[in-house]
Design a protein around this ligand. Structure first.
Ligand SMILES: Cc1cc2nc3c(=O)[nH]c(=O)nc-3n(C[C@H](O)[C@H](O)[C@H](O)COP(=O)(O)OP(=O)(O)OC[C@H]3O[C@@H](n4cnc5c(N)ncnc54)[C@H](O)[C@@H]3O)c2cc1C
Length: 443
């Protein structure tokens, strides 16, 4: 029998994966369960349905989300080309007419001679590879159980608890100081001290800030070790200063005095170009996060690479269990793509579909998958999901904090982003040239 690629899930990632493989002459069997089995949020049976916003994010030159889209355009992405064709005016964002967008993607997939489309829920992982699992944040319970069986409960999560990430260049280092609690671990943490007055104002604002309500299908199940910061604040005025903001073991290096409370920030990457606010998972709205978190001394001018969140999401601890080829270390040929791999967002999910597809095609062609360079947006995401220390792994959207530090020293943000942007596209062209040798050798 002719070898074929199985793609499970016709969402953003699965549609992109199936399309990229089919365009390169690979036979694809694409499974999508909707119309037979619903999810709690999808409303149609169309592929690549946008479950919430109709925006695919920032489309302004020199931003990280725009760069990712530009890179996908170079690969003739079905998601981005359909979005471009059905865009609607939305300021600096790429927003789409969601019905026309999904309908076009569905039709292009249905009409493709190399794709066999099956409307079925997959409940077991096929024995025969290669298989791309792209079933997203709302993977059906039966398939989640099958994934659980092969990856292990320890590596499969059902909620995101994301802390905000700030640009290191925008922190005030006259106020924040490096130190580890009781001096264990050198300067691993950056500490923002609050006096009594600042602390009580901060807690007051946390208690009164606007929050995102839980969706009907999301029960607010909190794990005690992972409570939203505003939930802790609501339990009493001292809860935070005796919890994640406790100052003990963190005297100020110059005065030796203990603050009333301390917000700790941890490096997001080796280079220290981005820091996350430890324990600040939150349901506050994005504008409220900006307003309240910039009350923290040292963060008054902070710019956020990513805001915090808590929402339902099925995802695996990719760096612990996947190879750089995006397949399971324990079951080569079983690839994961999309949100389930630990990226956030429509475009990021599509990107992982493209990469998993190229990797599977390489394997089917007896070639070695060359991962995208880390100074491209695709490469930065790929690097994150395959190498982030598993203990600190959280789903991630594209942002310049994921890029190598080379240009991060340039203080002028506009100049820096422009440089990163130009390097990325040059680097991507080079990589694309080398991938074409193996991916097109099948056609
Ligand atoms: C409620 C919610 C709102 C979101 N809002 C946004 C937003 O506004 N902007 C944004 O950028 N991102 C948003 N996201 C995050 C994310 O970008 C999207 O979920 C995105 O659709 C993920 O793409 P995906 O391909 O990984 O998953 P999906 O697009 O969800 O595709 C997965 C597909 O797999 C199918 N499937 C599931 N299980 C099976 C099975 N067993 N067999 C066969 N098929 C199966 C599903 O029906 C679905 O079509 C949101 C997520 C959620 C849950």
């Amino acid at each position: 029998m002719k070898p074929f690629l199985t793609v499970i899930g016709g969402g953003l990632a699965g549609s992109e994966a199936a399309w990229q493989a089919a365009e390169r002459g690979v036979s694809v069997v694409l499974y999508e369960m909707r119309s037979q089995t619903p999810t709690p949020v999808h409303k149609t049976d169309q592929c690549a349905e946008l479950v919430c916003s109709n925006s695919l994010g920032n489309n302004l030159p020199h931003s990280a989300p725009f760069l990712l889209k530009e890179e996908l355009r170079k690969f003739n992405s079905i998601v981005i080309s359909s979005a471009d064709r059905h865009s609607v005016p939305a300021g600096g964002a790429l927003a789409v007419d969601r019905d026309l967008f999904s309908r076009e993607i569905t039709n292009r997939l249905l009409e493709h001679p190399n794709i066999t489309f099956k409307r079925d829920e997959v409940v077991e992982i096929p024995d025969e590879g290669p298989v791309i699992i792209a079933t997203g944040p709302l993977t059906s319970p039966r398939l989640s159980e099958a994934i659980n069986q092969i990856v292990g409960q320890k590596y499969l999560y059902f909620y995101d608890a994301l802390s905000p990430i700030v640009d290191a260049n925008t922190i005030d280092y006259d106020k924040a100081f490096f130190a580890s609690r009781y001096d264990k671990g050198g300067d691993d943490y950056l500490n923002c001290p609050l006096d009594r007055e600042q602390y009580s104002q901060f807690v007051h604002e946390l208690n009164h800030a606007g929050k995102v309500p839980f969706a009907s299908f999301e029960k607010p199940i909190y794990f005690e070790g992972c409570l939203p910061v505003e939930e802790l604040a609501s339990r009493g005025p001292k809860t935070l200063s005796f919890g994640p903001l406790k100052p003990v073991g963190l005297p100020h290096p110059e005065t030796g005095r203990l603050a009333h409370a301390v917000v700790q920030l941890r490096r997001e990457n080796k280079e220290g170009t981005a820091f996350n606010l430890v324990g600040f998972q939150t349901k506050l709205t994005y504008p409220e996060q900006k307003r309240v978190f910039t009350m923290i001394p040292g963060l008054e001018k902070a710019e956020f690479f990513r805001f915090g969140a808590i929402h339902r999401n099925t995802y695996i601890n990719a760096p612990a269990i996947l190879t750089g080829d995006l397949d399971l270390q324990s079951r080569p040929g079983i690839y994961f793509a999309g949100q389930i791999i630990g990226v956030e967002g429509y475009v990021e999910s599509s990107t992982m579909g493209l990469l998993a597809s190229l990797s599977a095609i390489a394997k089917m062609s007896g070639k070695i998958f060359l991962s995208p360079p880390t100074d491209t947006a695709m490469g930065a995401l790929h690097y994150y999901v395959t190498t982030k220390p598993p203990k600190h792994f959280q789903p991630m959207n594209i942002n310049f904090g994921l890029f190598p530090a080379k240009e991060m020293g340039i203080r002028n943000k506009k100049v820096r982003n422009q440089k990163v942007f130009e390097n990325a596209l040059t680097s991507l062209d080079r990589w694309k040239g080398s991938t074409e040798e193996w991916v097109n050798s099948r056609v």
